[in-house]
Design a protein around this ligand. Structure first.
Ligand code: GLV
Ligand code: MN
Ligand code: MN
Ligand code: MN
Length: 396
């Protein structure tokens, strides 16, 4: 399964993945998912928001146990973030069927669409819509860098966007959602444990910082006569780093766009996107306010106009404590229980249903990069743990 999925969306043999929502690479992954369902005789469903489901058992019955993850990627992403959770779900189901498990509840495998938000700027679009924390109107307003709207992109990929929105009835039939994911830090790497259980997700969000200056000639405009938004932006990046360190939080400007983007012209507009995360919401709010204030103050000094727009926000997630404890107990004494700063569909869904996550050790901690890794033995240990968890949850 893995070998089949690996080449999809890779921009060259050595680089990372570009599997952005509703693109050709995404369509290939979605076709792959549908084929996996068909090969196993599972009932396949596409929900109103474009999430894919493969059912073992009755899709209409109550008390379903759901597992899965996502197949999309960040720009130049790694092989594991997302696909590991989907591939291991199918593999775990195969293992359970081989050992003749006798579920008393339906079991479903999902591929949530657009988890990374790489194309339209908002992460976890599929699960947010289903949980009702992103509305149809908000989704319809999303545009990619080329100005293509999310509904148009869906339509071009053959998915009807007209019914986007909360899927409360479906979620009400789910008793638990468990997502297996590669760890995106070095917590487990420093332990002898290949698999851990998630305790919480840090609150996080994305903010767009616009710096409006004045385009002018790089060779003839005296430094004192410039209104250079690049200067304001650069100082804001430095301020964000300094202030995040002081608060023990995280602030990243990883995406920037410059107009007109010419070497010999002072920029007229610099637009930078801040991704910020902290252990608690008060710290995150205070940090982002500080960074915004620093941006506005610096822009004033530069004769630049700064504007800050919040594009998305995810509150703190504490995973379902009974489910988390049950998983940790099942995996054995000493199983690490760890928080993460990375967002996941499981976090979004936790507002509606009990959710939990398993993390597979990542030897370097690197993620959202082509050099993301997980050892085969650890992936197999994660899959075995997932199978045990699914058996425990579906058989009683
Ligand atoms: C998604 O992986 C995120 O945490 O940004
Ligand atoms: Mn990711
Ligand atoms: Mn992921
Ligand atoms: Mn994620």
């Amino acid at each position: 399964m893995w070998a089949e999925l690996l080449p999809v969306g890779r921009f060259d043999a050595s680089g990372g993945y570009r599997r952005h929502a509703w693109t050709a690479a995404d369509a290939e992954c979605r076709a792959w998912f549908q084929q996996q369902a068909a090969d196993r005789g599972l009932a396949y469903e596409l929900d109103r928001n474009g999430n894919q489901w493969a059912w073992y058992g009755d899709p209409t019955a109550d008390g379903a146990i759901v597992t899965g993850s996502h197949l999309d990627s960040v720009p130049d992403g790694g092989a594991f973030d997302g696909p590991l959770g989907v591939v291991s779900s199918f593999a775990a189901l195969d293992a359970l069927r081989e050992r003749g498990f006798a579920p008393v509840r339906p079991l479903a495998i999902t591929n949530f669409v657009d988890e990374e938000g790489a194309r339209f700027g908002v992460a976890c679009v599929g699960s947010r819509l289903s949980a009702g924390v992103l509305t149809k109107d908000q989704a319809f307003a999303l545009r990619d860098a080329d100005g293509v709207g999310l509904p148009d992109a869906m339509e071009a990929a053959g998915q009807d966007p007209s019914a986007l929105g909360k899927d409360g009835e479906r979620l009400s039939r789910i008793a638990a959602y468990v997502e297996l994911h590669v760890e995106q830090g070095r917590f487990l790497a420093e332990t002898p444990h290949p698999v851990g259980v998630a305790s919480a997700i840090w609150p996080h969000g994305r903010w767009r910082f616009d710096f409006h200056g004045e385009a002018n000639h790089a060779g003839t405009t005296r430094l004192d006569d410039r209104r250079d938004p690049m200067l304001s932006y650069a100082n804001t990046v430095l301020a964000a780093r300094k202030k995040a360190r002081l608060r023990g939080a995280l602030a990243t400007f990883g995406k920037v766009s410059v107009e007109p983007n010419g070497t010999n012209a002072i920029a007229s507009l610099v637009r930078g996107w801040l991704d910020s995360r902290a252990a608690d919401e008060a710290t995150l709010t205070a940090l982002v306010e500080e960074i915004a204030t620093a941006a506005v103050e610096r822009a004033e000094r530069d004769g630049v106009r700064a504007e800050v727009v919040r594009e998305s926000y995810t509150p703190v997630v504490d995973f379902d404590a009974p489910l988390r404890d049950r998983l940790a107990a099942l995996l054995g004494p000493g199983t690490p229980v760890l928080p993460t700063g990375a967002g996941h569909d499981a976090g979004i869904l936790s507002s509606a249903i009990p959710t939990a996550m398993l993390f597979v050790r990542n030897p370097t901690g690197v993620s959202h990069s082509p050099s993301e890794r997980a050892d085969e033995a650890d992936c197999l240990a994660g899959t075995a743990a997932l199978a045990d968890v699914l058996e425990e949850l579906t058989c009683r």
